[in-house]
Design a protein around this ligand. Structure first.
Ligand SMILES: [Zn+2]
Ligand SMILES: [Zn+2]
Length: 251
């Protein structure tokens, strides 16, 4: 043990097992006291309808597992206290997302009732929400109005992870220092690696300070929650995923 714990040390204990990110609207399971982001745990039980055990510790939760979830105000307030500006951003993103969803719903409604009345190209435009651009931009980055958010001024290093297992090591990239928009997601970084090294995106794992980072998180978010050192260029490392659960996770 060495001296005072850092913010990063504390944040490690405030990390959702499902998304590997810091809790967003922390919810704790009463029976086992495992904590997740609200969105993550509801999504999990929504996608695994036959599953009524805690995903992390396998405690049996009965017929309606979501009923054992309790909002964890204490934990969440610690997170919000440690990274206050993240909460503000998160709230803003949430309200933006809600607005987008409502707008899409409204468009769908009008399409259903009056698609025949619309000029052809307009109807086509509306029925095809910008799928390609939203995929390439990743969650959160799309449709952000401010110009500043589009700037490419986030600096980070991308290095191969020196895994003990030779087979999991990947070659170096031609350039190690990268510049991107701070809202770009980890998935975008994986696509970038794929473009150079031809490794399938699903096979690539990214780590920050030896911890895996989730596809949906932005570079800025990783820097705030995992890297923690605002004055040093963030280092992300990449390696091949170890394949263990293949037969288990098959649909
Ligand atoms: Zn989560
Ligand atoms: Zn549990």
């Amino acid at each position: 043990m060495r001296g005072e714990p850092t913010k990063a040390d504390v944040l490690q204990y405030l990390t959702c097992w499902l998304c590997k990110g810091v809790y967003r609207d922390a919810h704790t399971i009463n029976e086992c006291m495992c904590t997740y982001c609200k969105g993550c745990i509801y999504k999990f039980f929504g996608e695994h309808l036959n599953r009524n055990k805690c995903p992390q510790c396998n405690t049996e939760l009965g017929g309606k597992p979501t009923e054992s979830l309790v909002r964890d105000i204490t934990l969440q307030s610690i997170v919000d206290w440690l990274i206050p500006d993240f909460k503000e951003r998160d709230d803003k993103l949430k309200s933006q997302l809600l607005k987008q969803i409502n707008e899409k719903r409204a468009i769908k409604g009008t399409l259903r009732s009056s698609s025949l009345g619309l000029p052809k190209n307009k109807a086509k435009q509306l029925s095809q929400p910008a799928t390609s651009s939203s995929v390439s931009q990743g969650a959160g980055a799309a449709d952000e109005p401010e110009n500043t958010s589009q700037q490419i001024n986030f600096e980070f290093k991308l290095l191969p992870f020196p895994d003990d297992d030779q087979h999991l090591r990947m070659p170096e990239l031609p350039k190690k220092l990268k510049f991107a928009n701070k809202n770009k997601t980890i998935l975008t970084v994986k696509k970038h690696i794929h473009n150079y090294l031809r490794e399938p995106i699903d096979n690539i794992e990214l780590l920050c300070k030896n911890f895996p980072v989730a596809d949906s998180h932005s570079l800025e978010y990783i820097k705030k929650t995992k890297w923690q050192n605002q004055n040093k260029v963030m280092v992300l490392q990449y390696k091949r995923k170890r394949r263990i659960m293949q037969s288990n996770s098959e649909k």
